[in-house]
Ligand binder design. Sequence first.
Ligand SMILES: NC(=O)c1ccc[n+]([C@@H]2O[C@H](COP(=O)([O-])OP(=O)(O)OC[C@H]3O[C@@H](n4cnc5c(N)ncnc54)[C@H](OP(=O)(O)O)[C@@H]3O)[C@@H](O)[C@H]2O)c1
Length: 299
Amino acid sequence: MTTARRIDGKVMAAELSAKITRETAALLREHALVPGLAVVIVGEDPASQVYVRNKKRTAEACGFHSVQHTLATNSTQETVLALIDELNNDDSIHGILVQLPLPAHLDEQQVTQAVVPGKDVDGFHFINIGKLTSGNTSDAFVPCTPAGCMLMIEAELGANLSGYNAVVIGRSNIVGKPMASLLLQANATVTVTHSRTADLPGVVRTADIVVAAVGRANIVSGDWIKPGAVVIDVGINRIDVSVDGETRSRLTGDIDYDSVCKVAAAATPVPGGVGPMTIVMLMANTLRAARLASGLGAD
Ligand SMILES: NC(=O)c1ccc[n+]([C@@H]2O[C@H](COP(=O)([O-])OP(=O)(O)OC[C@H]3O[C@@H](n4cnc5c(N)ncnc54)[C@H](OP(=O)(O)O)[C@@H]3O)[C@@H](O)[C@H]2O)c1
């Protein structure tokens, strides 16, 4: 029986964040340039507020100019678009992030597409999606979560994934599809699965690399895993557990970590895996946006 290596997202994110902080200081010193990140939140969803606070705190820790715009839940589409327009034209802002989900009366697609591609640090604009899927990533912005997953996979297996089978569980525009594009670009042989896939466990058992982005607690168990696979858990699920007779709420991923770790070579925990990497990739994209906007090259 093996015990998988724990891929520590907190440690990786802290190292990357320190590198971004150093590069930001150099940018200020050598080019008098400060990367600027604007985060837009509409409404008072508590989970979104926590995410936005974390992003602002991390941006400030990296030395960025960081602004937060909080709009009322009942804001109109025109109000949100006017703010995006203002930020698109603000030279001190290099990255714009609109915290999703937006309240149901707003047209999310129109809002995300209103961010100019050069400031689209979430990588949701059709131009950036097109660049990623066509393999033209030199000046594209890649969505933060799959970009972070990719760094974790590279740390285990190297940048060239030739000969490896990768199975992505989930086909969302935010995680599953861009993840598949990145794996393909790194030469993996990629299968994308979803809720209509027949024999999901059988498909996952063929994988040297598994990325689970489903949103179902512990759906992937150890008997789905090929011995020696690298398993990345994107899922964030809140479940109730009983502790000393009391019901407590706890975060868990899409993989059943304990049983998966008996078979896999390496796996990410939840919390402390993909989550911290996602935030730091937003900072990496913002630094990149500032460099590109100033004609300095991507890195
Ligand atoms: N750690 C992070 O930073 C981070 C970032 C983003 C998301 N997340 C988490 O990652 C998870 C996925 O997020 P998302 O935005 O990609 O979710 P999503 O848009 O809801 O997509 C979920 C995907 O899972 C598939 N699926 C659902 N049930 C399935 C089943 N029983 N078997 C196989 N596939 C199934 C769906 O298939 P269909 O397309 O057929 O419906 C869909 O493609 C969530 O828990 C989310 O909170 C974490």
